[in-house]
Design a protein around this ligand. Structure first.
Ligand code: SF4
Ligand code: F3S
Length: 111
């Protein structure tokens, strides 16, 4: 079991989630975060912290194989993140916008 970050994180990247995770299992890309499925202890604390409702348990129907795979894949290559940074200035404009997977960046988070 693990929790999974979904499409609505893309370009919102609020990062409230990283502050509450007891095992520091979030990894940061340029415009979204993912959860490492083998490090997550399934505590559920992060889910209500996300202002974009972008985190669900893997038992949720929104946690499709595509998103499970993306989280596992990028958790291996992106840097760990434990402290909330500054969200994008236009994060609110992207909250709830559909089709953001097309905007997904595979680049790692910088600074
Ligand atoms: Fe971290 Fe718990 Fe969220 Fe897993 S469910 S990512 S352990 S806060
Ligand atoms: Fe993304 Fe929500 Fe965390 S928008 S960075 S999953 S608080």
């Amino acid at each position: 079991m693990t929790y999974v970050v979904l499409e609505n994180c893309i370009k919102c990247k609020y990062m409230d989630c990283v502050e509450v995770c007891p095992v520091d299992c979030f990894y940061a890309g340029d415009n979204m975060l993912v959860i490492h499925p083998e490090e997550c202890i399934d505590c559920g604390v992060c889910e209500p912290e996300c202002p974009a409702d972008a985190i669900v348990p893997d038992s949720d129907s929104l946690a499709t194989p595509e998103w499970l795979k993306l989280n596992a894949q990028y958790a291996r290559v992106w840097p760990n993140i434990t402290v909330k940074g500054t969200p994008p200035a236009d994060a609110g404009d992207w909250d709830g916008v559909e089709g953001k997977l097309a905007d997904f960046s595979p680049e790692p988070h910088r600074g």
